[in-house]
Design a protein around this ligand. Structure first.
Ligand SMILES: Nc1nc2c(ncn2[C@@H]2O[C@H](COP(=O)(O)OP(=O)(O)OP(=O)(O)O)[C@@H](O)[C@H]2O)c(=O)[nH]1
Length: 358
């Protein structure tokens, strides 16, 4: 937040749940500013996996608004909002194009990325599920390649959520702290076993006063990342509450959960090990996968997000296959296609042949 003089404050207006990143507004009139204060929860967030076109057009609109208002705004937050949104619209265009430009080489995943520690990981296996590999080989992944998986990053203020996302998405690190106001997001495109796949990574504000805005964006998450600062044990303790809040907005069992210790560069070997023991214990309680990372040095950042993308992708393909199979079974087993007067054997053979031909 940047003080612009005379009590005027440069704001990044909190996103409406259906919106993309937003213009920074300088010197908001009080009645407008009041309307941004914490209100009852806004409309439900549309599932990110189904709303890319809506978000894309809104994002383009927002970018235009920002372009129009840009010169009147001051402060770092303003330029950051502009840069971010412009980046979004460019990136979004390509993510909406099914056969868009190839992704950069370091976003291509061919082998299942490994866990950080086997003591707190969601899956020990080192290969994609057999069915997933076969489906991808035949390019038969249905709509998975066109979808976005929503990833929500939560945790106390100052733990390094924004820095982690920016290191991965933009390969930058900023030592100056700029609080996130409300939410922001990035879209990252991958190619996983030959199939295009995108993550929509939501950065939420850790400050208590913005929590009610941020929590409106938890819904529809396929992945929840709870971040804490490895040098501040209190932030680890608070992850339990952050996770509870995020899970409350989602279907039970529908999210992958990660616990991420940040600022690994600030700890020596022994101190880091000690902090990790505590974190792994909590990760197991939370049924989360644990990672230690450093946004400053970049250590483990790419490996971590690759793991997130692979797990989310595999789950999306499996869900898609399951949906297709259950649709076939419903058609095959339903009364609608039962042939009146057919003997039971004929009915059965009708059912199996209808399964085989779909
Ligand atoms: N040394 C070191 N500093 C870091 C690292 N990650 C973040 N920081 C610093 O920690 C401070 C807070 O980082 P942010 O990424 O803005 O924290 P945040 O969790 O997004 O904070 P909120 O937006 O308020 O929720 C900044 O000054 C960063 O430069 C890291 O890996 N190593």
């Amino acid at each position: 937040m940047v003080i612009a003089g005379c009590g005027a404050v440069s704001w990044k207006r909190p996103l409406l749940p259906q919106e993309a990143p937003v213009a920074t507004v300088t010197a908001l009139p009080n009645h407008v500013r009041d309307s941004f204060r914490c209100e009852p929860r806004p409309d439900p967030v549309p599932d990110a996996r189904d709303s890319s076109d809506v978000a894309g057009s809104r994002r383009a609109l927002v970018a235009m608004v920002i372009a129009a208002t840009g010169p009147t705004r001051t402060g770092r937050a303003a330029s950051r909002a502009f840069a971010t949104s412009a980046g979004h619209s460019a990136r979004m265009r390509s993510s909406l194009t099914p056969l868009g430009p190839p992704v950069s080489r370091d976003r291509i995943i061919t082998n299942f990325p490994k866990w950080y520690t086997p003591h707190a990981c969601l899956q020990l296996k080192e290969h994609f599920h057999g069915q997933v590999s076969a489906t991808c080989q035949h390019r038969n992944t249905g709509t998975v390649g066109l979808r976005l998986s929503k990833v929500v990053v939560v945790g106390d203020l100052y733990v390094g959520k924004t820095s982690l996302i920016h290191r991965f998405c933009k390969n930058v690190f900023d030592r100056d702290y700029k609080a996130t106001i409300g939410v922001d997001f990035e879209i990252e495109r991958f190619e996983i076993t030959g199939i295009p796949y995108s993550l929509q990574i939501w950065d939420t504000a850790g400050q208590e006063k913005f929590k009610c805005i941020a929590s409106a964006y938890y819904r529809g998450a396929q992945v929840i990342i709870t971040a804490f600062d490895l040098t501040d044990v209190q932030t680890l303790e608070h992850t339990r509450q952050w996770l509870e809040d995020a899970l409350r907005e989602n279907e039970p069992g529908s999210c992958f959960v990660f616990l991420v210790g940040t600022k690994k560069d600030l700890l020596s070997g022994a101190a880091c090990e000690q902090a990790e023991v505590e974190a792994v214990r909590l990760a197991n309680e939370m049924k989360a996968e644990y990672w230690s990372v450093s946004a400053k040095t970049g250590e483990n950042v790419k490996a971590f997000f690759s793991r997130v993308a692979a797990l989310a992708f595999e789950q999306s393909v499996l869900q898609d296959l399951e949906k297709r199979n259950s649709t076939r079974l419903q058609v095959g087993d339903g009364d609608l296609i039962r042939m009146e007067g057919s003997p039971p054997e004929t009915q059965e053979s009708t059912t199996s042949s209808s399964l085989g031909c779909c």
